[in-house]
Write a protein that binds this ligand. Sequence first.
Ligand code: GLY
Length: 334
Amino acid sequence: MSGTVAVVGGGIIGLAVAWRLQQGGADVVVLDDGEPGAWHVAAGMLAPGAEAAHEEPHLAELLARSNERWPAFAAELGLVGYDDTGTLSVAMTADDLAEAARVWTRQQLPLLRPSELREREPVLSTRVRAGVYAPGEGQVDPRRVVAALRERLAGRIVTKRVDDLSEVDAETVVVAAGCGTAALTGLPVRPVKGQVLRLRGEPGLVRHVLEAVVDGRHVYVVPRADGEIVVGASQEERTDRTVTAGGVHELLRAALELVPDLAECELVETTVGHRPGTPDNAPLLGRIDDRTVVAAGHFRNGVLLAPITAELITGLVLGGDADPLLDHFAPGRF
Ligand code: GLY
């Protein structure tokens, strides 16, 4: 098919890329295997500093640039649960504080005392020792984002499992297949298991996205306006899809230590997803041959990085004018 672009993968990255390509005038089709991807499990934290602070400056720049694009990206999509109330990152014990402080120092945010933290977020445990508030961070609901993107791409999404890129009849192929990218391209993308819980409580019970180190465990709590509260996540170098008793116990233990009132919430869902990790856990963005472009390996930040990925990949495919930032994420760098 001359002039067409086929996007392999209908997750949040593939759909965002296809949408921007379509807006840029491309004749685009999305080939999706019909299996819900990591987006279905993801909490949708937009926390370039708090959740994903990186020593690697180019990745930090990519995360920050994408976060800046989220307000407009969400506004174009409509009601997708975008919220920028900010993130509260907290530590419970002296050891937790030492661990968290490594990230907070890089963020250059003022340290808040327990009383200041509880003023912002009254339901926080009295055990909370210190924390920081990161304004301009927040969340979006990935399930609503994917639904909105699917609507924009109506008639352009084909349910089809692609096992070999040579089967794809298009002038340009964008591989945005998450963990499936490894089998299609030979690039080093590995699945990193995450167990995530969804609770339901009174809307407004928790006001901010919370990110914490609790007795050595990292946990986050993402409260939606409708009362859903997402609690995540384990990080396991495993490929299975089992929700384990130990995984659920650890998440609930840390979350309830952080916000004791969560004990009253209904536990409505336990899920497992696999983040697409790479050797340096930064994404793979760029050409691998004249016909094929890769947009994969976003690890913990697929939702956050969707707008900038869509913009950069669309520029590459339609304009040929590559943003210099892409040099640092070249798929062949390993
Ligand atoms: N972005 C959160 C996670 O990967 O668990």
